[in-house]
Design a protein around this ligand. Sequence first.
Ligand SMILES: [Zn+2]
Length: 199
Amino acid sequence: MDNVSKIKDRLSVVDVISGYLKLQKAGANFKASCPFHNEKTPSFFISPERQTWKCFGCSKGGSIFDFVMEMEGVEFPEALRILAAKAGIELEKFDSTIKDSKDRLYQICESSARFFEKQLSYSGAGRRAIEYLKSRGLQETTMAKFRLGFAPDTWDALSGYLRNSGFTEKEIVDAGVVVKRQPTTNNQQQGSTTGFVRA
Ligand SMILES: [Zn+2]
């Protein structure tokens, strides 16, 4: 069993989130005031049956891993370490934390989506893009719901971000979020491994 499954086996969504938020029972579920947007009436719900959480105010939701990433402001490898410690599971080494490559590819796609979302919300160019989207009639809640992002005008920002987040170059290329720069000569075997371009 891979580490992600082991952790999900040992930690319930209620255990994890109750470590951060004050929960109230709501039928078979639990509710709380959402920590990710300002609200007076709780619209953050936890389903013990599905082992998921969802905020109906800001549309954020997901697994315990998504929660810890959002709450602690960290990427997947760090969330994995936090939850493994909580579950009492020993991870041997940072690079070998997730053997299951499918999980790894999923997390690269998720981290990429978050990267572009952050660019839209926090970069200067991204803020201008938000103004443009608003001029087209889109509201910020709609942008968040459909996870719209902004791609900065550089060719290596995403690959750098993903490598800093602990993913290897091979994994990043395998996930299909960046492609290797094609060689300019006709020697197809020796593509540059340092040159990434955004897909
Ligand atoms: Zn919310």
